[in-house]
Design a protein. Structure first.
Length: 130
């Protein structure tokens, strides 16, 4: 399958979508259905990495959204799109400005994506403790 889904970490807190060209929206939707089941089975916050480093960039609507623009899952955390190139970085900036949040980030590599999540997690924990 051209869109694989797995857990990125041993604690199952980060979904890892891996795209390989050529991929289709049907394949992405199938992976998204599995992610939906995994998310609904959990109570804790789950982040997601969309690894496009070996594929063409997607449209920026990675996760299934409800009609009101909110995610279907209360526990969906941040999303990081991994892609080589400036286009996805620009699109994540535009999406965040339109949504009024910073929940979608862009990274140049999987290691950079993990670093972003760890940096954000540290800030998230500090805010919760204040």
């Amino acid at each position: 399958m051209a869109v694989d889904l797995r857990w990125l970490d041993e604690d199952d807190t980060v979904l890892h979508f891996v795209f390989r060209d050529p991929w289709t929206m049907a394949e992405f939707s199938a992976a998204n259905e599995v992610a939906s089941v995994w998310l609904k089975a959990r109570k804790d916050r789950i982040d997601a990495v969309f690894d496009m480093s070996n594929a063409m960039p997607p449209f920026m609507g990675g996760v299934q959204w409800a009609d009101d623009g909110e995610p279907h899952w209360d526990n969906l955390g941040r999303a990081v799109v991994v892609c080589n190139g400036h286009f996805v970085h620009l699109m994540t900036d535009v999406a965040n400005r339109l949504m009024g949040s910073a929940e979608i980030r862009a990274a140049n590599s999987l290691d950079d994506a993990v670093d972003l999540l760890l940096m954000d997690e540290s800030a998230y924990i500090r805010r919760r403790l204040m």
